[in-house]
Ligand binder design. Structure first.
Ligand SMILES: Nc1ncnc2c1ncn2[C@@H]1O[C@H](COP(=O)(O)OP(=O)(O)OP(=O)(O)O)[C@@H](O)[C@H]1O
Ligand SMILES: O=C(O)c1ccc[n+]([C@@H]2O[C@H](COP(=O)([O-])O)[C@@H](O)[C@H]2O)c1
Length: 206
């Protein structure tokens, strides 16, 4: 009898305030390169390192993610961090997802910029042991240099960088989108049309 393949689930955490094409292209890169069965976008209630700025209400960010991912077979969205509330520590999310998906291999994908501080994250050692953390390197980034300059403990660097995947270089950020809206500039093509419409209908970021 053919052996059942272990389910491979990716987790993509962020503020998604709002979700944009950079997120979607990177997510597709991860699905392909990690051969994921499913990639779950997890909007944070409060991102631990972004506590200085309140994002728009979680229900809006969740709905925009749902609209942006609706037609994609392997993309999914979870409200677990919004339901849990408070500061969204990744370890709490991984513990819960491990419980909900016993037997699956969990991949937590993060940008290289965030990864250099990973050892300072809440329960970072447990996090590294309970899922496969995968750094995403943009086209122009030099992983060797980033690793050398990071404060990551030795052992961690080698482990993390051996799993690194290359992603498209897309120069768009949620901050830029919020700024463009505030200045009355177009965000067409930077976010999916459904998201652009949602933002206009709900008068977000003005
Ligand atoms: N253009 C992009 N290319 C690759 N990764 C990205 C891009 N934009 C965001 N990410 C990654 O997506 C994750 C979630 O990002 P987040 O929701 O904070 O979006 P952001 O665009 O970086 O937001 P902000 O501009 O508000 O800081 C992070 O790991 C971040 O590194
Ligand atoms: O758990 C932590 O200590 C921790 C510290 C910094 C960031 N994170 C997570 O990393 C993801 C991206 O964060 P950010 O700040 O780029 O939106 C998001 O899911 C955060 O919850 C998690």
């Amino acid at each position: 009898m053919e052996e059942k393949r272990t389910e491979r689930i990716g987790i993509f955490g962020g503020s998604f305030d709002p979700v944009h094409i950079g997120h979607l292209i990177v997510a597709q890169d991860a699905v392909e390169q990690l051969e994921l069965d499913q990639l779950i976008f997890v909007p944070a209630a409060v991102s631990p390192l972004k506590q200085d700025r309140a994002p728009v209400d979680g229900r809006h960010r969740l709905e925009m993610l749902r609209l942006a991912t609706a037609d994609h077979l392997r993309f999914d969205v979870s409200d677990i961090e919004l339901v849990r509330g408070g500061v969204s520590y990744t370890i709490d999310t991984i513990r819960q997802l491990k419980f909900e998906h016993p037997g699956a291999e969990l991949f937590f994908i993060i940008g290289m910029d965030s990864m250099v501080d990973l050892h300072r994250w809440h329960c970072s050692k447990e996090l590294l042991e309970s899922c496969t953390v995968v750094p995403l390197a943009r086209g122009g980034e030099c992983p060797g240099k980033v690793a050398a300059e990071s404060g990551l403990p030795s052992g961690w660097k080698e482990k993390l960088f051996s799993r690194l995947i290359r992603i498209h270089e897309i120069e768009v950020s949620a901050s830029e989108i919020r700024m463009r809206i505030a200045e009355g500039l177009s965000i067409q093509t930077l976010v999916p049309p459904e998201v652009e419409m949602y933002i206009a209908e709900h008068n977000l970021y003005t």
